[in-house]
Structure formats: C-alpha cells, structure tokens
Design a protein around this ligand. Structure first.
Ligand SMILES: [Zn+2]
Length: 276
C-alpha cells in the first residue's frame, strides 16, 4: 500500500519527508506553493538533496504536488486567468525539476461564462504550460461541483484532456469525497463507478487518489472533507476503495482535517484494518 498525507507548505521539503517517515507513511502530497496566495519559497540545494535522499532510502511511492486553490484556469477575468497560467506553467516546471511524479490542480470555476468557454480557457492554459518534454504528469482533480466548478463529471474531465496538445501528459486524481458529493455512488456501486470511469476516461489515466471521507451527504455538491470513518462515506467503503483490485496499486493521499499526530493515527488504523 502506498499511503501518505498532505503536508503544510510551511514545513519545506526535508521536514515533510522526515514527517512522512515518522508517520509510517511512504508517500506525501506537498503544495507547489503557498496554497492560498501566490508566493513560493525557492528550495536550497541542500534541502532538495536531503529530500531526495530520504525519499530514496525509504522507497517512497510517487509524490504528488498540489497547485494552489487560488488559481482559476477557467476564469474569463484577464488578471485571474493570467495569474493561473503563470502559476501552472511555473509549478509544472518547478515540481518536475524536483523529480516529483505528479502535480494535481482543480480545473477551475467558470463563474458564469459557461462550461464550454471555461473548458476552452483551461485547455489554452494547459497548452501554454505543458511542453511535452516534462517527466511529470499533470493531474485533473475530480471535483464536487459546488458553484460553477468544472470537473465534477468524468465527461468534463475528458473534454479538457481531449483538447490538450500533449494529452499524454494529462492524468486524473480521484478525490473520494468530491466524487461522492458529485453524485458517484462509491459506497454502494464502486464497481459501476469504476466501469464508468474506464468507459469515459480509461482507468489507465487514474494516477492518484485523494482519500477523504465526506461531511456532506451523497450528491450534495458540497466539498467538506471528514476524517476517515467519520463522514457519510464511512470506513468500510473507503477501505473497499483502498483494497479494490483496480485501485490498490495507486498512491493514496489523505487530506483529512487532522494534525500530524492525528494523521499518524489515521494511517495506523487503516494499516491495521487492511492487514487484519
Ligand atoms: Zn484538491
């Protein structure tokens, strides 16, 4: 099992990697820059070397970088759009240089211009960012569909990917909380949801899972993460996702509302239930 948690941006790379080992985890998610702002800290060579050494020694699985929540690549507002284009272009490059395997971003909200126009903006934004020379994969996240959010259906994610010139660089990160809130019943019909994913996108595009429970009910189109077992999805259904034969090889990242000690316990609880 490849499992880890998201790490606060304040930690930096080396501390995040050490913390991952301490948690008995074997991967991690980091933010590519300040998640609610625009700034990033340049990592020193020493810090990058330490990070690379720890991840190698402890045989981490693929590491996931998460782009900031503040970027909206679907926006029709020039200043918002330009900012999003710059962030995704810079962060694909920066994370690729760190040998990070995947970077995920929220496709964006169309805020009134319509899904089609929003998708066109996302495609153009990705096309100015992806050169095709990168090793890193760019993952579209499945969204809950709150407000005018794009990416809450597999069809919308496919439409984005289909428009990208280097679409071989585009994969998907499935968030269990978001798909449940979007109306995909992973509790009672996981096999059918995966079949649908396979028909529309292809399961080979699935590169990562955000493993979260949901505070909000099924198909609520609301995005509120709960700790594993304390939400509407429940522990058994999430365990089923983790151990499913079509999913269990993937890296799983917890984004649950807990501190480091809480995440360590959450991972221990998951491991105990899987191994027993
Ligand atoms: Zn996300």
């Amino acid at each position: 099992m490849i499992i880890g948690t998201h790490m606060s941006v304040a930690k930096g790379l080396e501390e995040a990697a050490k913390n991952t080992v301490w948690m008995n985890a074997n991967t991690m998610q980091i933010f590519s820059r300040n998640p609610r702002g625009s700034t990033y800290k340049a990592y020193s060579e020493k810090e990058v070397d330490a990070f690379l050494t720890i991840r190698k020694e402890h045989e981490f699985g693929p590491i996931l970088a998460h782009a900031p929540y503040t970027m909206n690549l679907a926006s029709a507002k020039p200043e918002v759009y330009e900012f999003a284009c710059t962030v995704i272009r810079e962060d694909i490059q920066r994370m690729d240089e760190l040998s990070i395997e995947n970077i995920v971003f929220h496709p964006g909200s169309h805020t009134g211009i319509g899904v089609e126009a929003g998708i066109e903006n996302i495609i153009n934004g990705l096309n100015q960012a992806i050169t095709g020379e990168e090793n890193i994969m760019v993952l579209l996240e499945t969204m809950s569909g709150k407000g005018t959010e794009i990416g809450s259906t597999f069809e919308e994610l496919k439409a984005i990917r289909d428009g990208v010139t280097h679409k071989e660089k585009i994969g998907i990160c499935l968030d269990t909380c978001h798909v449940f809130a979007a109306g995909y019943d992973i509790v009672n019909h996981l096999d059918e949801v995966l079949e649908k994913f396979d028909d529309i996108l292809g399961l080979e595009l699935l590169r990562a899972i955000h493993l979260n429970d949901s505070m909000m009910p099924f198909a609520s189109k609301k995005d509120r993460h709960a700790t594993i077992g304390d939400g509407e999805i429940g522990f058994d259904a999430l365990l089923h996702v983790l151990t499913h034969e079509k999913l269990r090889h993937l890296p799983f990242y917890l984004e649950t509302p807990l501190d480091d000690a809480g995440h360590k316990e959450e991972i221990a609880k998951i491991r105990k239930n899987i191994e027993s």
